[in-house]
Design a protein around this ligand. Structure first.
Ligand code: GLA
Length: 388
């Protein structure tokens, strides 16, 4: 009897033990994550909402901070050729700077990146008047664009990378735009030192959309001087000439034999002060280049910038047909940003991938219309490296 009981107990124990979850191996991931995510408080908005800063570090020297206000990239830390880690973007140490005086530093821009003449457009026979905030024109989404709203933010980590999923519901007629626009923007920081920005949107009424990202880069690190030494390449045979209000004339202009030819790597400062009608209208470079794509919506590498002193290289791939290259012409030293630096003339450069400016009023430009049965989806990738 006893022997039987004992042996059956033994069987039960063995069975129970075999069924125990293998704690040790379950708790230790097979491969440890190459990413580190930290979350800190970044202040409180006047309406009382808290703003959070999310920092993502990979194991190859790239560290990126993003806040849920404006989806703003506040810092991109990356080493130079000697290994010195410095910050490559303009911005502010505190939320107040972003609330008070930011010219879209690091922000997500929407619903429409760039200008719409007089803030007017007609869609399916219906005329719309958008908020005007730039010499009677509409710029970068209006008075309170996507750069000035609080996004729902969810940090994540996947096999692909770590990053932040941002969501914002832009209500029907916000800043004058028709339709409830449901927007998802995902930043993914990867271990190959790329940052992917993926934009998706849907609407319940026909509307227009043109989202972009407005980071000001200065690869010298911690913004030591202007960006005129940066060597830039833009794979584009033509650009969109503008009038005095920086509104497209509707033509396309060949870059051949103009200061706008960046098909070969050229320092920004080499030709920026030449006598040229388009340069004087833009106050420097502030134009949309028409990218040479092999396939219109393919994700292709189209922009490169390199700082010869630090050896830092920035590259950009996008699915968009155009990129606005803005050489920081409106910076004039009146804004003091991170590290107590006054941002002087041309202390940062922006590459804003987008559809062309004023597309809703230009029949020959690719359409920016989004209908209820469609999904808006564009992708841009930034890659950081050091010259060999
Ligand atoms: C864009 C525009 C510029 C300027 C900046 C923000 O790049 O093209 O003209 O408005 O944004 O200052």
């Amino acid at each position: 009897m006893t022997t039987l009981k004992l042996s059956s107990l033994l069987v039960i124990f063995t069975f129970l033990f075999a069924c125990q979850p293998q704690k040790k191996s379950d708790e230790q991931p097979l491969v440890s994550s190459p990413f580190k995510i930290t979350t800190t408080n970044f202040g409180v908005l006047p309406e009382g909402d808290s703003v959070t800063k999310y920092t993502f570090a990979n194991s190859n020297g790239l560290e990126v901070s993003i806040i849920n206000y404006g989806g703003i990239v506040t810092n991109i830390n990356f080493p130079d050729t000697s290994g010195k880690v410095e910050d490559l973007v303009l911005g502010f140490d505190h939320l107040e700077g972003y609330l008070k005086e930011s010219p879209y530093f690091g922000a997500i821009v929407g619903r429409y990146g760039n200008r719409i003449a007089q803030g007017k457009f007609t869609l399916n026979g219906q005329a719309y008047n958008l908020a005007t905030n730039n010499n009677k024109n509409h710029l970068h989404g209006g008075l309170k664009g996507f750069d000035k709203v609080l996004w729902d933010a969810t940090p994540f980590e996947s096999a692909d990378g770590a990053g932040l999923k941002l969501h914002y519901l832009s209500k029907d007629m916000e800043e004058g735009y028709p339709g409830n626009l449901d927007v998802n923007v995902t930043y993914t920081i990867k271990n190959d030192n790329t940052i992917e920005i993926d934009y998706k949107a849907t609407t319940d009424k026909p509307t227009i959309v043109n989202l972009t990202q407005h980071s000001y880069f200065n690869l010298t690190g911690d913004v030591k001087r202007d960006i005129l030494n940066h060597e830039v390449m833009i794979l584009a045979d033509s650009l969109i000439p503008v009038d005095a209000g920086l509104i497209p004339t509707g033509e396309m202009m060949s870059v051949t034999e103009t200061p706008f030819d960046f098909r070969q790597v050229t320092p920004v400062g080499d030709r920026i002060d030449e006598q040229d009608e388009q340069l004087s209208l833009g106050g420097g470079y502030d134009h949309c280049w028409v990218l040479d794509k092999t396939t219109p919506n393919a994700l292709e590498w189209v922009v490169k910038a390199m700082d010869p002193e630090s050896g830092r290289v920035f590259e950009l791939a996008t699915t968009e047909p155009g990129v606005q290259f803005y050489s920081g012409n409106f910076l004039d030293g009146s804004i003091t940003g991170k590290y107590k630096t006054a941002y002087q003339h041309r202390y940062g450069l922006c590459f804003e991938p987008e559809h062309f400016p004023d597309s809703p009023n230009q029949a020959n430009f690719p359409s920016v219309v989004l209908n209820p049965d469609e999904e808006y989806h564009t992708t841009t990738v930034w890659r950081f490296s050091i010259v060999e």
